[in-house]
Design a protein around this ligand. Structure first.
Ligand code: GDP
Length: 381
């Protein structure tokens, strides 16, 4: 790997999935070979930038913050990035999100970059659907050496907007799963005991509470599940704007006794809550004509790493995180019947749960470990 300038709008302490992805990767590159150029962030406790300064000082590589909260590929930002490239002797560039900052690629190449890599997430797949942003994506593909993608769903969407040559150069680079944090025996029994669920069959779902994720579908599936497995419980982990609606739905459906909401949890408590489940289920669905869609569904992989079988929805890239029939099943998103039928089969068959859970664990160890994925990025850089 050449010395690399990481250009990104998505960097902690600002919270979020892309931020965690870019930072986790950056931390696994050689610290002496990395410089980060990021936008600043006014969130946090005081909104005065203290949190950003403290975070940056703790990083093993230099982090240079722009004064703006959002970097755009303007002449000023491009000059700044080119200046950093030369000052630090970088010859590679990684755009933490390809769009729109990847538009700076040709200028950075002229400034001395030899390898330019742009990583795509869910939002670039949405860009690929609208004519103006589609043209920009095409330019980004032409200007960079490699565009990376999360999984087959986002690849096909994005490749469709690129030139055939740029599409052929695409490489998969999903976020990894920390197999040491998420593992079988992660403390689920203690969580069950605390919630008074010891001995009961538990279906767990971990996610933000928004309609797309399908917690509502699970609640609607509960009468059918309870008819077959009367003491089953649905454990809904996470917070979000849909929380109130979901509680009302559970009451209206007459299953409030069998649905537990934990609310949002601190990171340290997540592994044990996965571990509290016998089955992981999130039958997510696509909404708004395809604009509200799953990018990948990392929660299925966290569940697999914990040794749980998974029931996933067929929205966007969610199926990319499941080996259908091996680590779990993909069902039609929004179908309480399909979700219930798969969940009932799994709750009734400990041997099948064990087999799918073990296969999932192995798959994460083979294909989704951070160190494997960081090696892939290093070779691209
Ligand atoms: P996204 O929210 O649509 O990006 O869904 P993903 O499935 O890609 O990512 C969700 C991430 O947030 C996963 O790593 C989850 O484990 C995590 N997550 C979901 N709910 C909670 C929560 O209540 N607390 C914490 N700490 N993490 C959560």
């Amino acid at each position: 790997m050449d010395k690399t300038l990481i250009v990104t709008n998505d960097f902690p302490p600002r919270p979020g999935g892309i931020q965690a992805f870019v930072h986790s990767m950056a931390c696994r590159l050689d610290p002496g070979q990395v410089v980060v150029y990021a936008s600043t962030w006014k969130g946090g406790q005081d909104g005065d930038g203290t949190e950003v300064a403290v975070f940056d000082a703790e990083q093993p590589f230099p982090v240079v913050r722009d004064r703006t909260t959002m970097l755009l590929p303007t002449p000023r930002v491009t000059r700044q990035a080119a200046g950093l490239l030369r000052e630090h002797g970088c010859t590679s560039v990684w755009f933490g999100a390809a769009a729109p900052l990847g538009l700076m690629a040709p200028a950075l190449r002229r400034a001395g970059a030899r390898r330019l890599v742009g990583t795509t997430h869910g939002h670039e797949a949405a860009w690929a659907q609208l004519p103006a942003s589609r043209r920009l994506l095409r330019r980004i593909g032409e200007g960079t050496d490699t565009i990376t993608y999360l999984g087959e769903y986002t690849r096909s969407r994005i490749a469709d907007a690129l030139t055939p040559a740029a599409a052929a150069r695409m490489v998969q680079l999903p976020p990894g799963v920390d197999e040491k944090t998420f593992h079988p025996g992660s403390g689920g029994d203690a969580v069950r005991a605390r919630l008074g669920l010891a001995g009961r069959p538990v279906v767990v779902c971990v996610s933000r509470l928004v309609p797309r994720k399908g917690q509502d579908t699970l609640i609607l599936a509960m009468p059918r599940i309870l008819a077959a497995v009367p003491d089953a419980v649905l454990l809904v982990v996470g917070g979000g704007p849909y929380a109130g609606e979901l509680r009302k739905l559970a009451a209206r459906t007459g299953v409030a006794e069998a649905v537990r909401f934990t609310g949002p949890l601190p990171w340290e408590e997540l592994p044990a809550h996965y571990g509290a489940g016998d089955v992981f289920a999130m039958p997510c669905r696509t909404r708004r004509g395809g604009l509200d869609v799953e990018g990948l569904g990392i929660v299925y992989l966290e569940a697999s790493a914990t040794g749980l079988p998974v029931v996933a929805g067929d929205s966007g890239g969610a199926p990319d995180a499941v080996l259908d029939g091996e680590t779990g099943w993909v069902v039609r998103g929004g179908s309480p019947e399909q979700a219930a039928d798969r969940i009932v089969i799994l709750l009734g068959d400990p041997e099948l749960r064990r087999r799918m859970g073990e296969r999932g664990r192995r798959w994460v160890e083979e294909a989704w470990r951070w160190d494997i994925l960081a090696e892939r990025l290093k070779s691209l850089l």
